[in-house]
Design a protein around this ligand. Structure first.
Ligand code: 5CA
Ligand code: ZN
Length: 410
């Protein structure tokens, strides 16, 4: 798939230093310090319907911040993102609204691209749809078969293919749920713990055989379509290889999705799937997680259509630490609009306090697990201070653009 186009990223004068990111598996900050100088990052992409709500936007802006901070630390970034353009929820929505599933997906992918562009999110290098990845998915399932961890469920009508998760080294290490909790969450998030004929309730579907009226593709496993987790496992391994640096997404993906991907990846390669598992918090509205199923969505495109400056939306998201769960409110937006105005006025001054120490403080905040709220406070402090350095306003505007992705010009 073709990703959206990249915004310009100013290059700042280099500054040594480590980037630390919170790892969900170990619950501690870990350095992102690939010896090759190339950081390999996979962030789970959208399932294209009801895009792009502010929860999605928050997650992609969080990982965009990481992308920018890694670039600023002198690393190259190989960034891969998928699009779940075939899966049950997409087909259900298409059916419910009488739209062809392909048209629904394409329209939403286009909308997402426009929103990401407006928010100045850097595009992935590899942007891969599940449908186009089917050959790679089938190859991965075939190679997993050799480990004995793939089986057909005992169902004469639809002997779908499953992955036996408990065979994988380290299964459960990421989410650390009890068995009962895992079964409950699995059922809530697309799993089928109750299905008869599975070896274990948590085993996950990797290839679903064709059902009447559903799209299906020829394969050595029979005509069918891929399961959800194996899609991301296959795409990540193909484009980034095993033991890549960062697996990212919202915290609702910790279990089952990232746990299953980690298990499939580890089983297939006998190496860790990823080094660091990073998760953004959930954004809610009116006391509930913002989600398509609850229908309590604030869409980026709606705000843009109402004339809200996308840079204010971005600042509104950055005002909360990426790992916290929080609620979007009108006041959050009003506050962000006010901050954007004051920053624009500050970089429009003829002179200001020197930029060097401010940029150093910005970098410190962001390199320590992406502390964007602290970074915003640093800029607020500079904007509220007078000074006589004529080069400072432009230097700060550049740093804010490069590191925070907030363009103040125009
Ligand atoms: N296609 C899969 C991942 S392979 C998927 O989860 N798609 S999604 O469209 O449901 O979500 C896309 C991304 O947005 C995921 O990283 C998800 O964790 C994140 N996300 C979804 N809802 C919220 C929310 N309310 N707040 C924060 N992030 C969210
Ligand atoms: Zn994924």
């Amino acid at each position: 798939m073709e990703a959206w186009s990249a915004p310009h990223v100013p290059t700042l004068s280099p500054a040594a230093g480590q980037v630390l990111v919170h790892d969900t598996a170990l619950a501690e900050l870990l350095p992102i310090a690939p010896e090759s100088g190339e950081a390999r990052m996979y962030v789970c992409g959208i399932t294209p319907y009801d895009a792009t709500h502010l929860g999605h936007a928050n997650t992609y802006v969080a990982f965009d911040l990481l992308h920018r901070v890694l670039l600023d630390a002198g690393l190259r970034v190989c960034y891969t993102q998928n699009v779940t353009d075939i899966d049950d929820p997409l087909l259900e929505r298409a059916e419910a609204t009488g739209v062809d599933w392909r048209d629904l997906a394409q329209g939403q992918v286009n909308l997402f691209a426009a929103d990401m562009t407006a928010l100045r999110v850097l595009p992935p290098r590899d942007y891969v749809g599940a449908v186009e990845a089917i050959p790679v998915v089938v190859d991965l399932i075939e190679s997993l078969k050799l480990t004995g961890a793939i089986y057909q469920v005992d169902d004469p009508q639809y002997p779908d293919w499953y992955f036996e998760v408990r065979r994988a080294p380290g299964f459960g290490r990421l989410s650390k749920l009890t068995d009962d909790e895992a079964v409950a969450v699995f059922a809530e998030r697309g799993g089928d713990p109750e299905r008869p004929g599975k070896r274990d309730p948590l085993d996950c579907l990797v290839w679903r055989l064709e059902r009447p009226g559903e799209p299906a593709w020829e394969s050595r496993l029979g005509r069918g379509r891929p399961g959800w987790h194996i899609e991301c496992t296959a795409i990540a391994l193909q484009h980034l290889g095993a033991d890549f640096d960062i697996q990212g997404g919202g915290s609702d993906l910790i279990f089952p999705h990232h746990e299953m991907c980690a298990a499939e990846g580890a089983m297939a390669t006998r190496q860790p799937f990823a080094k660091v598992y990073a998760h953004a918090g959930m954004v809610g509205l009116d006391g509930e997680k913002m989600s398509k199923s609850k229908g309590n969505l604030v869409l980026v495109s709606k705000l843009r259509g109402d004339g809200v400056d996308p840079m204010a939306i971005r600042l509104g998201l950055l005002a909360r630490h990426y790992r916290s769960d929080w609620e979007w409110t009108d006041q959050a937006l009003t506050g962000a609009i006010g901050r954007l105005d004051s920053w624009r006025a500050a970089v429009g001054r003829g002179a200001a306090a020197p930029a060097g120490p401010v940029i150093a403080a910005l970098r410190d905040a962001l390199r320590t697990d992406l502390d964007a709220p602290a970074a915003l406070a640093v800029v607020d402090g500079w904007a509220a201070t007078d000074g006589d350095d004529p080069a400072a306003p432009a230097a700060l505007a550049e740093a804010i653009d490069a590191l925070l992705g907030v363009a103040l010009a125009g």
